[in-house]
Design a protein. Structure first.
Length: 200
């Protein structure tokens, strides 16, 4: 999940196209996308199929654009939370909690569709990898500042990435009936408490 989104160079869109894409994001995030045809989408959004084709050449490509847009829009939201946090532990918590909060509105239908379609699943995997790299950076900064125990930041990031990938694949929901957002919140608490320096 943030802070990146795999994509070709971003298309230059009109204000109307950008508004339509945002509405598509809202619709698909709430209901998924596998069950929709382009005719369904055009009817729900009160636009023509030609207007949809201006965003992408097929329903599959449109779904990819929606997923990219969702994660692309997360970058400033998540990073603003990190910037507002004071202290290294608070930044790690802020980052993971911001990811959790950003995922919270996503329906189970959307997440299942996202993972079932290889192209959208790849966008999610790429963003999960970017998020683990960001955690690694925040942990390394905390270690250097003496705010965290001296641990291997790469190992911590790998463990975080493995947990994120399990969350992404729906394993937390399957085993624990825990939503992705709830799982990220638990991950934030675990990481920060594990890194806290030992008390004298």
């Amino acid at each position: 999940m943030s802070p990146s989104a795999r994509a070709a160079p971003r298309r230059r869109r009109t204000a109307r196209q950008q508004d339509l894409l945002r509405r598509l994001v809202d619709l698909m995030a709430a209901e998924g996308f596998s069950q929709f045809t382009l005719d369904d989408l055009a009817e729900r959004l009160r636009c023509s199929k030609t207007t949809l084709y201006a965003l992408a050449s097929s329903k599959q490509e449109l779904a990819v654009e929606v997923v990219r847009e969702y994660f692309r829009a997360s970058v400033p939201v998540v990073e603003a939370r990190v910037e507002a946090a004071h202290g290294h532990a608070e930044q790690v918590t802020a980052y993971l909690m911001a990811v959790a909060d950003y995922l919270r509105p996503l329906s189970r239908e959307f997440l299942e569709d996202l993972l079932a379609f290889p192209a959208t699943a790849e966008v999610y995997r790429f963003n999960t990898a970017a998020a683990s790299a960001r955690v690694r950076q925040l942990v390394a900064e905390g270690i250097a500042a003496g705010a965290f125990r001296s641990v291997n930041a790469h190992f911590v990031a790998e463990m975080v990435a493995a947990t994120m990938q399990a969350i992404q694949r729906g394993e937390m929901f399957a085993r624990l009936e825990m939503s992705d957002a709830e799982a990220y919140a638990e991950l934030a608490s675990l990481v920060v408490h594990a890194l806290a320096p030992a008390e004298d």
